[in-house]
Write a protein that binds this ligand. Sequence first.
Ligand code: PMP
Length: 458
Amino acid sequence: MTGLSNSAAVIREYDNKHYMHPWESMEDGRADRTISARAEGIYIYDQDGKKLIDGPGGMWCTQIGYGRQEIADAISEQVMQLSYHSPWNTASEPSALLARKLAELAPGDLNTVFFTTGGSTAVDTAMRFVHFYNNRLGRPDKKIVISRQKAYHGSTYLAASVTGKERSKSWFDIDTDQAHLLPDVNPNLRPEGMDLEAWCDLKVADLENAIIELGPDKVGAFIAEPILASGGVIIPPPGYHKKCLEVCHAHDVLYISDEVVTGFGRLGHWFASEDVFDIVPDMITCAKGLTSGYLPLGACLISDRILAPITGEGQEGVMFSNGYTYSGHPVSCAAALKNIEIMERENILQHVRDISPYFLERLNALGASPIIADTRGVGLVGCVEGRLTAGDESRLALDQKFGSRIDEKCEELGLIVRPLLNMCVFSPPLIITRQQIDDMFDILGRAIETLARETGES
Ligand code: PMP
């Protein structure tokens, strides 16, 4: 039983002819994709009823797993109670309760929530807030947003402008005047003999030097993912975020923490900023795990400190003219509230903290293969980086295929991975058990072994 009403052939035909997917390849025409037919727990079933472990957790978002009746009930009740309301001039119970809940879960004084439709629009909102804030404070030139190579912040114009992944921007226009990229923070790139502390100081100096060179009167904000997720699970050196925050505040630059991936339990806490990296940023952007992917929703959280000078007395007639028809959509907010309730009741954050060392142990054991250059991870997110060339420059192109070749083999064996050029990343549903972690890494290990044999590296 696949649960599909149409044959796989019909679905494929329509999909190939009419649906332009994200990051659609323009070279191959439309690929014949696997059809996700139904899902339950950490498993997805394809068009033939084949069971696959969801290694990337959808797109880093299916925290509580698939097929939760309670979420379905919360959604259906909300649809019948109030399926939509205008967020411009009316309030609703789910959006008000969720805003309060997020303020409670968020670090420090981040007590105001602007709801968006996803992660890109959350980042876009944060960037527009930087413009608004500095215009209101009478410093219209203070707009540049500093970001980092390999960072991913989204697909809207502003979010793409501060994205540091070249492939995410190729052949598009971006706002080059208002975005500045810092060099890669990946500790693996540090010169031989340099310790992590010195690397941290160097990377923090990159930020401070950029602010000074561009001019503190021109730099409005710094945006950073706590760990660079789709850039390849890059974990900055200890103390990095805290020192960057100090630098930002010394130059009156806002610090935006992009927690679209790291929020809602991925690193064992509601937000990684404070509990893992010891910072209270000025803004946090989040989405994905907020609803466990059941419905689209994002949020931009804003601190009391930065709102204070631009609200209240003296602001007559001033509006923050940014918003979406679906801001604070009551059905999405009801799904998010139920998702958070389930995560609290089932103690999912503690589960992540308990199981993560085993996840990382199994991940790191893969490093023994001659075709694995590096393994790295934190919480329930991990990456294996391939090395197919083994020093042979002429075979370099092979490296770029490592992810897709592993992906192909894993899918045959019952595991979905997220291929990223020479890497595969993992961010399974947070409810994953020890046994399921074993199943996942057993399959990955077999795929790596087969590839090593095929490429003559074993
Ligand atoms: N920020 C980060 C850190 C992300 O990983 C993503 C999505 N992968 C986004 C923003 C954009 O989110 P969305 O795809 O929901 O627009």
